[in-house]
Ligand binder design. Structure first.
Ligand code: FES
Length: 181
């Protein structure tokens, strides 16, 4: 993807009439157009100038909402839940050897192996980043992974491999068919 230009960012803001009330929508569009899945500092500063919104407020928005990032991320951000109920599965499986339910640490390992990166990293093709998240309200199918707005549970090694492959191939259709089950 081409580097985002100043003109493009100015155009995005003008589409919203340079209205500071539209800050979140504007930042989402800038992030989407960035090719880096983030709002870089220079565009936050430009938005601050044009929209007459303090840079500190823009920073607050970018750090408050989980969908934003100030650092470059992959096209697909895979977030793995590490809150207690998901994590708890690990404890269950340790207490009962016959219980094959994975815990967060197993799922993390599967994603790291499938993507060839560690948590917090992005693949060299820029397609996949791995991050942690907190409870997304789907504990009954946990440990879960969230990709965009969709939640993926009842994870297995094979399912994780498929999810990563779908992200790499841009196969949204198969990705959608695997969510919430
Ligand atoms: S603790 Fe992971 S979805 Fe609730």
């Amino acid at each position: 993807m081409q580097k985002l230009s100043k003109d493009q960012v100015i155009k995005i803001m003008s589409r919203y009439g340079n209205d500071p009330q539209q800050l979140i929508a504007i930042l989402l569009d800038i992030q989407e157009a960035s090719g880096k899945n983030c709002v870089e500092r220079q565009w936050a500063e430009l938005a601050s100038d044009i929209l007459k919104v303090p840079l500190s407020k823009i920073h607050d928005v970018l750090t408050f909402y989980a969908m934003f990032s100030e650092e470059p991320r992959g096209e697909n951000v895979i977030e793995i839940c590490r809150s207690t109920p998901c994590f708890f599965n690990r404890m269950t499986s340790r207490e009962n050897e016959n219980d094959s339910k994975p815990g967060t640490e197993h799922v993390v390992q599967w994603f790291e192996d499938a993507a060839g990166i560690k948590m917090g990293e992005t693949t060299t093709d820029g397609k996949v980043s791995l991050f942690y998240t907190n409870c997304v309200g789907a504990c009954d199918i946990g440990p879960v992974a969230k990709i965009g707005d969709e939640v993926y549970g009842n994870l297995t090694v094979e399912k994780v491999k498929t999810l990563v492959k779908c992200c790499r191939d841009g196969n949204k259709q198969e990705l959608n068919s695997l969510c919430q089950n």
